[in-house]
Each structure stands twice: as C-alpha cells, then as structure tokens.
Design a protein. Sequence first.
Length: 170
Amino acid sequence: MGKDEQGLKGGAPRYHTIPRVLVFLRNGSDVLLIKGAPHKRIWANQYNGVGGHIERDENVISAARREVLEETGLEPSALELQAVVNIDAGDPSLGILMFVFTGWSSQRRTRHSDEGELYWVPTDELNRHDLVEDLEWLLPQVMGTKQRSAPLYLYYCYDDEDKLVIHDSN
C-alpha cells in the first residue's frame, strides 16, 4: 500500500492525535521525576515523568530514549511499554496518544534541564509530592510488581466539572 492509499486525503474529517512519550526511570527503589519549571505552560511546579513529543522521523522507543537523554543526560536501559493512553481533552478533532514506558538507569547523576528540576524520589514517598493529576493512579499500575502480558490500554477524558476520568479497558 502506497502513501496515497493511507486514507489521509479527502473524506470526512477524522479524529487526529498528537503522539507523546512518558518515561519513568528507576534506580533501586527510586523513580526519577521532573518538577516542571515555573514558567511552563502545563504542569508548572508539578512532578511528572520525563518525556515529550514523538518526532515525525522516529518510532516510539527511539522518541522515549531521545527525550530521556535530552531532559536528563541519562541513557536508559530496558525500556518497556507499560501503557497506551488516548487522551480526549474535549476537542472533537484532536487529542493526544501517549505511550508510557518504564526503564532503568544505572546512573543517578542528571544534568540540568530547562524543563524543570529532576529528583530521584523513593516510591514510598510519591504521595508527598504534587504529582500531575493522573500519576497517583498511574504510577502504581505501571511500576507495580504485577506482571502483565500486554500494556494497559487507557482512555482519559474530562467530566462536566473538568475533572479527569480514567477508563481502564483491561
């Protein structure tokens, strides 16, 4: 099938997504989180994994590795896909498709990032930090000891009061 047969031209408008990666690196019992810089448009002063957009010329795993290297200076090992999340932010034609990975780093020394400050946080202290709203639920799912044969397949949307609703199809 050629590129013209991919169904991108003509026809009714379709739902499009912006592809992103999110990575949670482990070292021992700690997880690397980034506290978003105060100037950031989204997640300012909140803790999240590292990640970002998937570029046109890369696959999801190379995007995850690139984002980790750019934001932390670390080269992760053993990245594993843990979840695929369709995020519906209310626009009927545009959403976000997020690929969530976990991985390991043998190094703890990170470099400065304009994205925010990096912290190795003990997993038993995660609830003491101002986490991005889905992480209280998501982190135990993707970093738990329970082995899954497939990633989580999730759908995020917002209710009438603009509160996040997480749908887990597993």
